[in-house]
Design a protein around this ligand. Structure first.
Ligand SMILES: C[S@@+](CC[C@H](N)C(=O)[O-])C[C@H]1O[C@@H](n2cnc3c(N)ncnc32)[C@H](O)[C@@H]1O
Length: 195
């Protein structure tokens, strides 16, 4: 599995956090499929008995994700859906072991299609509803692009108000190296441990 031994980017740190929540037979959601990199990571992690739901609202993203999965021979364990992540609580039949959000716009594509504060907040709420005991969710927020300040504020406010008896929330930033550092939240639902 693509787990970096020396994670450098926020994307890599998100995988390091999510990895222990995955085992053969797990259910996982990629809430922002994009180019499909996180979907591939989740598809490897859930094994041949698991299921991944990969969601995006852009056809270009769904095509790229499906193509990447097909080349890796993993398409059969992934349901690729044109669905906003704010609707995800309608689809996961079982409780999810992992949910990943990688916000912002699809690199190399239409920059006018990007995650928005309101639907991001609703998407995270939906993810928290379906996350099973011991399940983990990561939320990667980019800053610096127009609208990102409000998205960062909304996500921070929502997550700082979660009941600490039910969820643990940690936040990572690149403190000394980056003016507009990405913000990465690690959310764990209390309950059964996977390791
Ligand atoms: C930064 S990209 C994701 C990158 C992806 N995780 C990867 O590994 O390549 C953000 C994606 O979120 C998608 N998006 C925007 N609003 C959305 C929504 N409400 N529900 C689901 N996806 C959304 C965009 O279309 C875009 O493809």
């Amino acid at each position: 599995m693509m787990i970096p031994r020396r994670p450098a980017s926020a994307v890599q740190w998100a995988r390091v956090f999510i990895h222990p929540a995955l085992k053969n037979g797990s259910t996982a959601v990629d809430a922002t499929a994009g180019n499909g990199h996180d979907t591939l990571f989740l598809a490897e992690g859930v094994g041949n008995r698991g299921r991944v739901y990969a969601l995006d609202i852009q056809d270009a993203a769904l095509e790229k994700t499906s193509k990447a999965l097909k080349s890796a021979g993993l398409l059969d364990r992934v349901t690729v859906l044109k669905l906003g992540h704010q609707e995800m609580d309608r689809l996961a039949p079982d409780q999810a072991d992992a949910v990943m959000f990688n916000l912002g716009y699809l690199p190399g594509s239409d920059r006018s299609v990007l995650t928005k504060p309101g639907s991001t907040r609703d998407g995270i709420k939906a993810a928290l509803k379906i996350l099973g005991p011991g399940g983990r969710a990561s939320v990667l927020v980019y800053t610096g692009h127009p609208g990102s300040g409000e998205e960062s504020r909304v996500v921070g406010e929502l997550l700082s108000n979660l009941d600490q008896r039910e969820f643990t929330v940690q936040k990572m930033v690149f403190w000394n190296s980056c003016k507009n550092s990405p913000e990465l939240y690690f959310i764990t639902r209390s309950g059964e441990k996977y390791d």
